[in-house]
Design a protein around this ligand. Structure first.
Ligand code: MN
Length: 251
């Protein structure tokens, strides 16, 4: 059987930024996301930013799994029914529409989906969830969710819920993770379940019991998987689910 094909959402500069291509519309993506998929048995494909449900359906049909990546920039709060309350950079509409559209479809079509950091937030908003717009302004915490140190270093501990994908992979109730986010999941859609949090109540992971593999994590396993077996295990479990999905579609 051939290796499962994993669609990976890229970041995009529509030509309005100073960096990443400047005025020339440019896709960009940290190599780590693709490397982690390759090193755990999948074939990553960087997705084109197409619009509309028909195009999203066609794309998803080619895939055995979907990796929704993180971004330095945030979703427009209008997408979850809020006004923007704090100054932050917004991700391109092109990228937001792709991530929201694909996440919605992947949820209903039960395509294995793994969301990292901002990708987890897109999965949440896609199905009707909301976000904390700025953790330092909205949550009292002593934890550092956005420390200045490298994302290869652990930043805080998370507590993992029993009977979850995460607990099966980690086989522990608490693990240290890195952290590089100023936003987080606030309200989740009815079919989601929060499966990891920090002591300040910040949501660090969710899953959906009705879905074969629907995992969002607020940290960045792509910076950790080469040295930390639990973090590698997240990618391996995702690839296994994609392989199962593929064999079901073939039968
Ligand atoms: Mn965090």
């Amino acid at each position: 059987m051939r290796k499962p094909i994993i669609g990976v959402t890229p970041d995009f500069n529509p030509g309005t930024r100073m960096d990443m291509g400047g005025k020339e519309p440019t896709y960009f993506l940290r190599a780590r996301y693709l490397q982690a998929i390759q090193e755990t048995g999948g074939v990553p494909i960087v997705l084109p930013l197409v619009r509309g449900e028909g195009h999203h359906r066609l794309l998803l049909k080619q895939l055995d799994g979907l990796l929704v990546t993180g971004s330095g920039w945030d979703l427009d709060p209008n997408l979850y029914g809020e006004r923007k309350q704090f100054p932050f950079q917004q991700m391109s509409e092109e990228r937001a529409q792709l991530e929201l559209g694909l996440s919605r479809l992947a949820f209903s079509l039960k395509v294995p989906t793994f969301g990292i950091c901002g990708g987890m937030q897109s999965m949440n908003v896609a199905l009707g969830g909301t976000l904390i717009q700025d953790i330092p302004s909205q949550i009292q915490t002593r934890l550092q969710h956005s420390p200045k140190k490298s994302a290869t270093k652990m930043a805080h501990v998370i507590r993992i819920e029993a009977k979850s994908w995460l607990s099966r992979i980690a086989k522990k109730k608490t693990i240290p993770v890195n952290s590089s986010h100023h936003q987080s999941v606030k309200a989740i859609p009815p079919l989601f379940r929060i499966t990891a949090t920090t002591s300040d109540g910040v949501v660090e992971a969710f899953e959906a019991d009705s879905h074969p593999f629907w995992l969002g994590v607020q940290w960045h396993p792509e910076f950790l998987y080469r040295k930390h077996s639990i973090q590698k295990g997240l990618f391996s479990a995702f690839i296994r689910a994609a392989r199962r999905y593929r064999s079901q579609m073939e039968n």
